[in-house]
Design a protein around this ligand. Structure first.
Ligand code: FES
Length: 102
């Protein structure tokens, strides 16, 4: 079971727990504002964009090529950007903190 804290654009903290599926699906299930998952998780919309807390970056890791290409179209990209549909709940570090990219 991974515990993930989402910080929304308005500063609201939402703590969600899950065991499977993608981080985007967990966020949508927990009504995290700003994570929409419009493409259903196939890496083609970037409405699941998050900034990984710096402390967890090494454990989460770099985006893949397809994800990088998708992120290029988003204005709010920084060096900690990931698309949460590409992160698996059972692979991310427990206690992970993600900020919703506005
Ligand atoms: Fe569309 Fe992640 S849900 S890119």
């Amino acid at each position: 079971m991974a515990k993930i804290t989402f910080i929304t654009g308005s500063g609201e903290l939402i703590v969600a727990k899950g065991t499977s599926g993608s981080v985007m699906e967990l966020a949508v299930k927990n009504k995290v504002k700003g994570i929409d998952g419009d493409c259903g998780g196939v890496c083609s919309c970037a409405t699941c964009h998050v900034h990984v807390n710096e402390e967890f970056w090494d454990a989460v890791g770099e985006p893949g090529e397809l994800e990088k290409d998708m992120l290029e179209f988003d204005d709010n990209v920084n060096k900690y950007s990931r698309l949460s549909c590409q992160l698996k709940v059972n692979e991310v570090p427990d206690g992970l903190i993600l900020k919703v990219a506005r």
